[in-house]
Write a protein that binds this ligand. Sequence first.
Ligand code: 4AZ
Length: 452
Amino acid sequence: LKSILRCCTLRCGIRNSASPRQKSFLVTSQWYPEVLMDRGRTGLEPWKIAVIVVSAIAGAALIIGLITFFLCRDQDRYYNASFLITNVDYKSQYERQTTEEFRDLSQEIETMVSEVFKGSFLSKRYIKCHVVSLSPDPAGVLASVVLVFKFASSDSKTTSWGRVHRVLRRRLTTSSNSLNVDLSTLSVAELNKEKGDDLLNNCCGIRKQQFSFTGVERIIGGQRARDGEWPWQASIQLDGTHRCGASVISNTWLVTAAHCFRGVRNPRRWTASFGILLRPPKQRKRVRKIIVHEKYCDFVLDHEYDVAVVELDPPIEFTSDVHSVCLPEATHVFPENTSCFVTGWGAMKNDGYSVNQLRQAEVKIISTEVCNKRHVYGGAITPGMLCAGYLEGQVDACQGDSGGPLVTVNSRGIWYLVGIVSWGDECGKRNKPGVYTRVTYYRNWIASKTGI
Ligand code: 4AZ
């Protein structure tokens, strides 16, 4: 505003002190419009000044608002903490994240750390704690955890780190927990977002957010999945067209149903895609190798040995939307009535078409005894199979869901692969629940082929 006014005065000055020749030039010049001549005579009109002042104030307010927004915005900060637990002896089962021993000790540690932060001044900033490893130590078990907090962007990194470290140091031993922590071994390091996400995404069976379920949940007429809800779900495609579902079990291996490859086992014709949409997918990878169970037979319709593993090349880039599900131990028993979720791009009615957006359905495990009853499958369910759904029908997997995951969540919030969509008498029919390949039954076969 000041410079415009100065410019105006200057121009008025020139005009007043101009020679007659200059004056005639100013008046006649097409480069100097009439409006400026008027402004020269009278100064800026009040309404123009008002517009300029209001715009300047609005601009300043906008800039201040943006600065405040960026400074006060919350951002996730990740920390890696490790400490020694002295009253627990190390067991070999702690090597694998999927054992019950790992789950139980991790759950105790996570509860202890959560209580520590929830009872502190950081309670509103604390988001979660996740145990990433339990290692042997002559004096007990060394736990390594990833901690996630929401701090304001304006909080300096050193201050935030100091607060996290201080709370752990002060409260870790005073918490009402049965675990003894040797505080002299405590170390806390800040991780950048990429490293923190990497550590979490490399743990199987975790989801970034908690999702709540609303509405009717079934693939037939059911509910659409949201981004990152089932990050292990893959689509196996023949010549670029969706054929079957599959589950990510590592960055190079998928597990699926053997019958998906009926007639076509040439890996070059197959690809795998990831993300909730078939088109466009989040990632797409070539298939390097297809290993179908040796005892599976395309021509025998008993649906036995309906399992296959698929190797990808290049490997998947793990993100919060694409990563692996946990495989249960071979000895694990999922009891009847356990709540599970089946997901897929399959048909919404028997003999219907596949859909573009992933769908989910909640189903319950039905005991083999009930499923083998005469009015159900009359003895066709073998030990390598498992039934899930409802005897009243309606909620079920369908064509195109084959090979896809049936999963359940444990008390720690970790998701496990219970079954592989295999077969059924049509879809959603009364007394004809979905039949799945029982993953625990083939757990050792999967390990023998993939090393996982
Ligand atoms: C199929 O043909 C299929 N209702 C998959 C699942 C079920 C039935 C058929 C279960 O791929």
